[in-house]
Design a protein. Structure first.
Lengths: 412, 537
């Protein structure tokens, strides 16, 4: 990394509810109103233009001024970020769109977008002198944190629901993390992690490092803009669980607008949820400002199975402010979408990515997205991480004898 | 049960685990808020008194939002976790609580007093309201919380916390066993048209959110200072801080085009008459001017006497009062109770005693205030009576077209004439009322008997009234308006009946109430019976 140690532009942690500001320490809720905190930056004194990024590494750290890190030389970097933005002409045609892109986060170091926040959060944990890191996860974050902790040489404790896909559990385990599989939903896992975080004083990336952790995800929006030639698309579709990614993308767009790196132009941000766990969609459709939690989510998109979305209310606000929508799809639609994406564009998505594609298809069909909108669909994780839910749903290959006649029979 | 606190709540409480006795989560939070103080409570409750979105509460590991929200029951051995929510949904209903005017709601059931008293007592004790009233969004008919509605009504609340729901989208369970089930239509009809249903006739099957709103936020804000609550530091304050006396519309005499208002001077505290004003004014001036001696002498037809005797008692001076023999006997008793000396004179008009009172006062080194000549009389009516009447009318956006009042000393009507004639010119008609020749109406007399201030101002008309006419008019007001007014007030009503037109704003000044005139009323009824008997024979 040839970028020299640079200035930290973090101003404060600001309460998203009451607006009170706190020094950027290891706190995660407002001590007055218990509202969640977010990082604010001194954007005015950043001297960034498009040229600034020209020779920077193709990772999330190319945007380090906009990440809450003190010393760039000490970040834990496995190369997360700057994933491809595929122009998808065949899929566009199949769905009925003119301009469609897929932001392909399947190619991150641990094959999901979670490497972005994990890289930032584990780096921050080291800055704070944490002796161990951990997370509550539906699977993807577990692997991402475990890998970055491995790179940093920190012990890692990951809490996952016991029904998490085998491949995700295996992935986290292989990186040396202590995987704790909990008999319960993600929300119950999350609560246990919160209790454990207090008891053991570990740095839980998505609990007590949450304000910093979520900053990593906004790089997805930065990249989309940069890859489109420093402009924003008409519409971004985001697979949504806690709502944190969707909010982070919105923050990213706003920060680029603020910096003048892209023109201020409306981008609709849409939430895609599986029908078996769609609390944000339900709130959006019922015009409610509040998100009713779901006790027992039921979906093959396990990475989206968060019944009590932490950022649900904020996500709703973003969706409405941006003119986006929230839509849900069935497990069957998700599976079809995974196959469609794979067959038309050569990208193998996990069910969460399938949710985004299926919702896109539904919104085009119902006229909520017009055919001339330029759409970016976020595919946030690789299909290889969910093989067990997919395997029964694709045709088995035909087994033949090693003779040409047999092949002829199969192909006919 | 055991309660575990996490994060900022733990830090605020300075304890991570506590033992608490509570029946529900709601109760538990109240206990904790009391135990750990306001900054802890602020972390739990939002400005509307609802539990914050960022709190997750679990009982035995299960989120209460999936059990019974804040009403989740607690048992011995339960473990409760209260933690900052890393995940945070919220209860939809809780956030839709709004405060509306109590009067805008329409109860569908009548009151069950015993139930209401229990809730009333609880609200009074805790000062808190812990749930909203559910109302139908469209009709504002109450669907749940009748007890709360009636309790708040009896606590004089003007606002009530409500949650609006669509009656069409909820299920209703009829609770009147053995009777025909209550339909949704029936509930709305009971609320809008009546008759109301018996208490606990039905229940809507809806989750009722828990709130925490202070009773004081539901009460009217105007009832705050002691003065508006009619609290006085002395009996004398009761007089002048109690002003203005009421101005009340007499609907039995009013019509679309004509409004008739009565100024009820009987609401003055001592003599229950307009004379309290001048007694206070004259005594105050005498006191300030150093002219007040140890005893006061005054000729009076009762009211001035009672007022003077009352205030004299506060000032520690004695009163001797000269009363014409024509005046009702009960006056002597009242004055005796007040410790005043009464001298009955063989005269028919008070004013005839002036010279005698003056002489005796000089001889005995007493103060003769002389209500007939003392300008403190006119002044108090100009400064207060006339002015407050104008302000009262202004508050209604009215300008009087005619003011009618009795003439005694002429103090109050002269001051009223002076004020209104100068302010509004001859648009305001001032009418004085006097007894017809040879008639006795206590408190008023004929102009020719001598009046000081009458001649300073203009009167448009003077109306003569007989005693029987005054009595009959007083009875008509008692029987139509429910007000027992005095004879001079009755005379004013009679004058009004005589001269009033179909249009305009009329003000009748009623100098006192009817309680002192039992003897006159008694005579009237006796004579009436007599006449009827004669008619029969």
């Amino acid at each position: 990394m040839e970028v020299a140690k640079t200035r930290n532009y973090v101003k404060a942690l600001r309460c998203r509810e009451c607006g009170r500001e706190f020094p950027p320490l290891r706190v995660y809720v407002c001590k007055y109103c218990l509202g969640p905190l977010e990082v604010t930056y001194d954007v005015k004194s950043m001297n960034l233009d498009r040229g600034t990024f020209k020779d920077r590494p193709k990772t999330i750290w190319r945007y380090h001024e906009l990440l809450p890190i003190d010393d760039l030389a000490k970040v834990v970097d496995l190369g997360a970020g700057f994933t491809p933005l595929h122009r998808c002409n065949r899929l566009a045609k199949a769905i009925g769109l003119r301009d469609l892109y897929v932001k392909d986060d399947t190619v991150n170091p641990t094959n999901s977008f979670k490497d972005r926040p994990a890289s930032v959060a584990v780096s921050k944990a080291i800055e704070f002198g944490a002796k161990a890191v951990g997370c509550a996860s539906t699977g993807n974050l577990a692997a991402a944190v475990a890998a970055h902790a491995a790179k940093a040489g920190l012990p890692c404790y990951v809490f996952i629901p016991a029904n998490t896909e085998v491949s995700k559990v295996l992935q986290a385990t292989i990186f040396g993390a202590k995987v704790i599989a909990v008999n319960g939903t993600y929300d119950e896992v999350n609560r246990l992690a919160l209790q454990a975080a207090e008891y053991f004083d570990w740095a839980f990336v998505n609990i007590n490092l949450r304000p910093y952790y979520v900053e990593g995800s906004k790089t997805l929006a930065f990249e989309i803009c940069e890859q489109l030639g420093w402009r924003t698309p008409d519409h971004i579709i985001v697979p949504t669980a806690s709502g944190a990614l969707l909010c982070a993308i919105w923050r990213g767009l706003n920060q680029f607008w603020q910096l003048g790196l892209v023109d201020r132009r409306k981008t609709r941000v849409t939430a895609a949820q599986p029908e078996g766990c769609a609390p944000i969609v339900k709130a959006f459709k019922s015009k409610s400002d509040y998100v009713e939690p779901i006790e027992s989510p039921q979906t093959i998109a396990k990475s989206l199975a968060i019944g009590d979305p932490a950022d649900g209310v904020y996500a709703l606000k973003v969706i409405r402010e941006s003119g986006g929508v929230a839509e849900s799809v069935t497990d069957q639609e998700i599976l079809e979408a995974i196959k469609l994406l794979a067959k038309t564009e050569g990208v193998f998505a996990e069910p969460a990515g399938g949710v985004a594609i299926a919702v896109l298809k539904k919104l085009v069909e119902t006229g909520q997205i017009s055919s001339d909108e330029e759409v970016v669909c976020c595919v946030t994780g690789s299909g290889f991480k969910s093989l067990d839910v997919l395997s029964g749903n694709v045709p088995q290959p035909t087994i033949i004898e090693p003779v040409l006649e047999a092949l002829g029979k199969v192909l006919n | 049960m055991k309660v575990k606190l996490y994060g900022a709540l733990k830090e605020e409480a300075k304890e991570k685990e506590v033992e608490v006795e509570a029946s529900t989560i709601e109760h538990l939070l109240k206990v904790l808020a009391t135990r750990y103080g306001s900054s802890f409570a602020e972390k739990i409750y939002d400005r509307n008194g609802a539990v914050k979105r960022f709190i997750t509460i679990c009982v035995n590991g299960r989120d209460i939002r999936f059990i019974d929200h804040l009403r989740t029951a607690l048992r011995d051995g339960d473990e409760v976790w209260i933690m900052p929510a890393v995940s945070g949904g919220s209860n939809n209903l809780t956030r839709e609580v709004e405060l509306v005017d109590l009067k805008s709601l329409r109860p569908a059931e009548y009151m069950d007093l015993k139930e209401v008293l229990a809730l009333y007592a609880e609200i009074l004790k805790t000062g808190m309201v812990s749930r909203p009233i559910l109302v139908d969004r469209e009709s504002y008919v109450i669907l749940d919380g009748h007890d709360l509605f009636y309790s708040l009504d009896m606590l004089s609340a003007v606002k009530v916390p409500i949650v609006k729901i669509d009656l069409s989208s909820v299920r209703v369970r009829s609770l009147q066993h053995g009777l025909k089930p209550i339909t949704k239509e029936k509930i709305v009809e009971a609320g809008i048209k009546g008759p109301k249903l018996p208490p606990k006739s039905f229940r809507v099957l809806v989750e009722i959110p828990q709130i925490s709103i202070q009773l004081k936020d539901l009460l009217p804000t105007s009832h705050k200072d002691a003065e508006s609550l009619k609290v006085y530091n002395s009996t004398l304050e009761l007089l002048y801080k109690g002003w203005p006396t009421p101005l009340v519309k007499l609907n039995s005499l009013s019509s679309d085009k004509r409004s008739v208002w009565a100024k009820l001077e009987g609401f003055n505290p001592f003599s229950n008459s307009v004379k309290d004003r001048i007694a206070w004014s004259m005594l105050s001036e005498a006191l300030e001017g150093g002219a007040l001696k140890q005893v006061i002498y005054e000729a009076t037809s009762t009211n001035t006497g009672i007022a003077l005797a009352s205030i004299a008692n506060m000032l520690g001076v004695k009163a001797r009062l000269y009363i014409p023999q024509t005046i009702q006997k009960v006056s002597d008793i009242y004055l005796e109770v007040l410790g005043a000396e009464v001298v009955r004179l063989p005269i028919s008009l008070t004013v005839e005693a002036i010279d005698q009172v003056d002489l005796e006062a000089k001889a005995d080194n007493a103060t003769h205030l002389n209500q007939f000549e003392n300008d403190a009389n006119f002044k108090v009516h100009l400064k207060y009576t006339a002015r407050e009447l104008d302000l009262q009318l202004q508050s209604l956006g009215l300008k009087p077209s005619c003011i009618i009042g009795g003439l005694g000393t002429s103090g109050h009507m002269s001051a009223i004439s002076f004020y209104f004639k100068n302010k509004y010119g001859d648009d305001v008609k001032i009418v004085g009322v006097q007894p017809a020749p040879n008639e006795v109406i206590p408190g008023i007399r004929r102009i020719e008997t001598g009046m000081k201030w009458f001649h300073w101002v203009d009167f448009d008309e003077i109306v003569d009234v007989k005693q029987v006419e005054a009595i009959e008019a007083a009875i008509s007001i008692a029987r139509r308006e429910g007000l027992l007014i005095g004879l001079s007030a009755g005379a004013v009503v009679h004058a009004f009946n005589k001269i009033s037109k179909d249009e305009g704003v009329y003000v009748l000044v009623f100098p006192d109430s009817g309680y002192k005139y039992a003897e006159q009323f008694e005579n009237y009824f006796k004579n009436l019976q007599e006449r009827r008997r004669c008619d029969v024979h």
